[in-house]
Ligand binder design. Structure first.
Ligand SMILES: Cc1cc2nc3c(=O)[nH]c(=O)nc-3n(C[C@H](O)[C@H](O)[C@H](O)COP(=O)(O)O)c2cc1C
Length: 219
């Protein structure tokens, strides 16, 4: 039996949001069989009626950050990364912890945005999904806040023992984790709706249940 979660909003939100929300997702793990990548794909399925998730696939292609290269002739990969960040309504970062810290490739990517400020005022959800992950989560939160990402306590989540909670078919198999992730994505979408409409988003009701079908988030 799989767990289904659905988030329903009032008609007001549906009327205000005629287009789907565009989220750019970044996996801090570049592993092919990454749990974090699987988690991103699971979240994309959960919220397919509300948002589209594009996965940034060029994390490993970004050159090592060097302030000397951070000028009007920045490498093309960096320009492309910055453009994708700018065009997104919100950012979802899912990452493991490596050696009690943030994976170097992810930190490198973020360093490229410090001067160009793509994270500034951008709604961001951070999910650290790792064996334990506490240090990376707190370090990354500090980084995201200093570069002015728009986050709340509800748009961040630490998931330990991730390999037991998302499977190779990109399904979240742990009920508590599914509930927590649903809340994170609900909060992120509420912030984005508020940003886009300039109005407080309508109250969103959460309706969780158990069925044999796919999990879904709907607004
Ligand atoms: C080089 C390396 C260092 C790791 N260090 C940590 C660590 O400090 N803390 C932790 O929670 N997990 C650590 N792990 C385990 C990862 O959290 C775990 O393998 C996780 O599933 C990786 O994410 P992924 O499946 O998305 O690649 C480490 C894994 C590797 C490969």
């Amino acid at each position: 039996m799989t767990i289904a979660a659905s988030i329903r909003a009032t008609t007001t939100n549906k009327q205000l949001m005629t287009n789907k929300i565009k989220i750019l997702a970044i996996s801090g793990s570049t592993r092919k069989a990454s749990s974090n990548l699987n988690l991103i794909k699971a979240i994309a399925n959960l919220g397919s009626e509300t948002f589209t998730i594009d996965i940034f696939e060029r994390l490993s292609d970004l050159p090592h950050f060097n302030p000397d290269l951070d000028n009007e002739n920045v490498p093309e990969q960096v320009t492309d990364f910055r453009r994708q960040l700018r065009e997104a309504d919100g950012i979802l970062i899912c990452t493991p912890e490596y050696a009690i810290g943030v994976p170097g490739t992810l930190k490198n990517a973020i360093d490229w945005t410090v001067s160009s400020m793509e994270f500034s005022k951008k709604p961001v959800a951070l999910i650290t999904a790792s064996l334990s992950g506490e240090k990376a989560h707190s370090s990354l939160l500090g980084t995201l806040l200093i570069i002015e990402s728009k986050m709340t306590a509800d748009t961040q989540l630490l998931i330990s023992f991730i390999k037991t909670k998302v499977n190779d078919d990109c399904k979240i198999t742990d009920k508590t984790t599914l509930h927590s992730i649903t809340k994170v994505m609900q909060s992120l979408t509420e912030i984005i709706i508020t940003e886009k409409t300039g109005l407080l988003s309508a109250p969103i009701l959460m309706n969780e249940g158990i069925n044999s079908g796919e999990s879904e988030i709907m607004i």
